[in-house]
Design a protein around this ligand. Structure first.
Ligand code: SF4
Ligand code: SF4
Length: 294
């Protein structure tokens, strides 16, 4: 096999689409007043292009943009292959690597803008259906998500089964329209109307792993201490559980932030912005000074 053919077998055009959608979404978030229409357009593009819909409409796209391997399978099947068959499934590892690269580059930008199931949930939550339920404490939702991952590990190591298979929402986006796929999708859809990203915060192992990688992120939402007067207007207008920690100045592992930028639009003092972390800004400044002196 030539090098080009090998690269073609492990990288897929959809990886480029991941980056393009994340870049488009982050550019909107950066502008602060991008508005609802463009946000919906990027999320809908993610769902249509990467959620198997484009492949249904244009069969030629079902291969290069198809759901296989899905984000969730890139993790659970990667671990299952390694445990059960003793080998590294390189295309799955590459898929996971691409998602983690986007997470580390810009805080959870894969989940925020490129994941079709994340976009599906976020779009449905924008519907004015009432009531909208308050977020459960993050330690509770993350505990459920981590417990499901522990059950998966025990099921795989002890019984050779992949427990996620019975409620893998990404499988539904193969659009086989079987009973289980439809039921899982229907539950996610109804729950998303009233609760913010239920599958992401309560179930998805990619959500768990990218959350664990978040402290490594180079860029994300930053608060300008001088501009923020503590009015908390932003907190009343965003659906995520992440902003409390950011406004409180917490570091390390806080609730998942998907870099959606809604809090930037909500802050009347423009005290929130997307940008580099303090240590990175200082490093870049030092580098610029050093190269100027040379
Ligand atoms: S947590 Fe899972 S379902 Fe949610 S956006 Fe991330 S990968 Fe997609
Ligand atoms: S803190 Fe919330 S509203 Fe702000 S970018 Fe993160 S997920 Fe979006």
């Amino acid at each position: 096999m030539t090098a080009a053919a090998w690269l073609g077998s492990i990288f897929s055009p959809k990886h480029l689409v991941f980056f393009a959608l994340a870049a488009a979404g982050l550019a909107l978030a950066w502008r602060r007043r991008a508005g609802l229409g463009p946000r919906v357009a990027v999320l809908a593009a993610s769902f249509i292009l990467l959620g198997g819909v484009a492949g249904l409409l244009i069969p030629g796209l079902s291969g290069p943009l198809g759901m296989h391997p899905s984000p969730m399978c890139c993790l659970n099947k990667l671990i299952a292959f390694a445990w059960l068959k003793g080998r590294l499934a390189i295309p799955l590892a590459v898929g996971l690597g691409v998602m983690l690269a986007l997470t580390v580059l810009f805080r959870k930008s894969f989940c925020g803008w490129a994941c079709p199931l994340g976009s599906f949930q976020e779009l449905l939550h924008m519907f004015p259906a009432q009531p909208k339920l308050a977020n459960l404490p993050f330690r509770v939702t993350n505990g459920v998500r981590a417990a499901l991952f522990a059950v998966f590990v025990v099921g795989l190591l002890g019984f050779g089964t992949i427990t996620y298979d019975s409620f893998n929402g990404f499988e539904s986006l193969h659009w086989a329209l079987d009973g289980r796929g439809l039921a899982v999708l229907a539950v996610i859809a109804v729950a998303s109307l009233v609760y913010f990203r239920p599958y992401c915060y309560l179930v998805c192992p990619i959500g768990l792993v990218t959350w664990a990688a978040e402290p490594l992120a180079l860029l994300g939402v930053q608060k300008d201490e001088k501009a923020c007067d503590g009015c908390k207007d932003c907190l009343s207008q965003v659906p995520c559980p992440s902003l409390d920690g950011i406004v409180a100045g917490a570091t390390g592992w806080t609730a998942d932030c998907t870099s959606c930028g809604r809090c930037l639009e909500a802050c009347p003092k423009e005290a929130l912005r997307l940008g580099a972390k303090g240590w990175m800004r200082r490093t870049l400044r030092e580098l610029a000074r050093a190269s100027f002196r040379c």
